[in-house]
Design a protein around this ligand. Structure first.
Ligand SMILES: [Zn+2]
Length: 309
């Protein structure tokens, strides 16, 4: 990926020859358009539009891509040309990929029972571009989604990725540091407490409802005035996830991220330290500690109250 004027971009010229070639032909949706998927999508999005319910339901137009997704097992219909294109980019060191944008056009509504088919074309490959992430090429594919007995066009889905060679880290020698918390007027009191090794919970002075994380007003009564209650530090793991991927600088996966329910009743996200990630479990009793990560950063963390076998 040596620099230089566009004219010397031989790879780019070769990539351009893939424009207009098929990326997938006669793909088939894994399921027909169906109410359970529509309902799950609406619940996840918080979309209560009545057009998406009942016997005459239509699918939310923005679900267009959901009907063509291959899931974890993928689709078999990807063309050799698209594999070649991605292979050329990989060989040139453009091994990283990031989705940059998506445009959709809705031609007609999809309804439960519609069987979906799709064709995808490599619409364009950009010239070589240098971004903050690195240098590479934008690859745009367009998927035409068809449905119904007449295979009428239901919509198009244009998807753009950047395939790139990651830019070298500017300070590769330095040990990566944990991300800094965003301290603002609404939560400054919390972080002042942490500096003094105190975990402070906000309490509404009007209705005494506790709240965490810190907010400018009370969700229960709307009052703006508050004081604080210092947490006893006792709690239990209410829920957790184990992070395997993606890796973030300064974190060493796998590790458990816990939602800890404090004895006072509010919940906070934190790390459980001193316990292997696969021994963290719901209901695990934990207590608060303050862990110093570097000369600027102290964070509240939790340790299992008893040794976990
Ligand atoms: Zn209140």
């Amino acid at each position: 990926m040596s620099g230089g004027p566009e004219a010397s971009d031989e790879l780019g010229m070769r990539l351009k020859t893939y424009e207009g070639r098929a990326a997938a032909v006669a793909g088939q949706g894994k399921d027909p358009v169906n109410l359970p998927m529509i309902r799950h999508w609406c619940e996840a999005m918080g979309d209560t539009n009545p057009a998406y319910e009942g016997p005459d339901a239509m699918a939310p137009p923005t679900m267009l891509q959901a009907w063509t997704m291959g899931g974890l097992s993928g689709h078999s219909g990807r063309s050799a040309a698209f594999d070649e294109l991605l292979g050329l980019l990989d060989e040139a060191g453009c091994t990283s990929v990031v989705a940059t944008d998506c445009e959709q056009e809705y031609v007609r509504a999809l309804r439960p029972g519609d069987e979906v088919t799709f064709d995808t074309v490599i619409e364009s490959v950009s010239e070589r571009k240098t971004t903050k992430l690195g240098t590479g090429y934008f690859v745009t594919t367009r998927t035409d989604v068809r449905a119904g007995p007449d295979r009428a066009l239901a919509g198009t889905h244009r998807f753009r990725i950047l395939k790139y060679a990651p830019a070298a880290r500017s300070r590769p020698q330095e040990q990566p540091r944990r991300p800094r918390p965003v301290v603002n007027r609404d939560n400054a009191g919390f972080w002042e407490g942490v500096e003094q090794h105190r975990l402070l919970i906000q309490r509404c002075t009007s209705c005494t409802t506790l709240r965490f994380p810190w907010l400018p007003g009370c969700n229960a009564c709307g009052a703006l005035d508050w004081d604080t209650l210092e947490a006893s530090g006792e709690g239990t793991v209410y829920s957790y996830v184990v992070m395997h991927h993606p890796p973030f600088p300064a974190f060493d996966p796998p590790y458990a991220v816990a939602l800890v329910e404090l004895a006072e009743g509010v919940r906070m996200i934190s790390n459980v330290i001193g316990t292997p990630y696969d021994k963290v479990h719901i209901g695990l009793p934990v207590h608060l500690e303050f862990q110093r990560y570097d000369d600027e950063l102290v964070l509240p963390v939790f340790r299992a109250r008893e040794e976990v076998a």
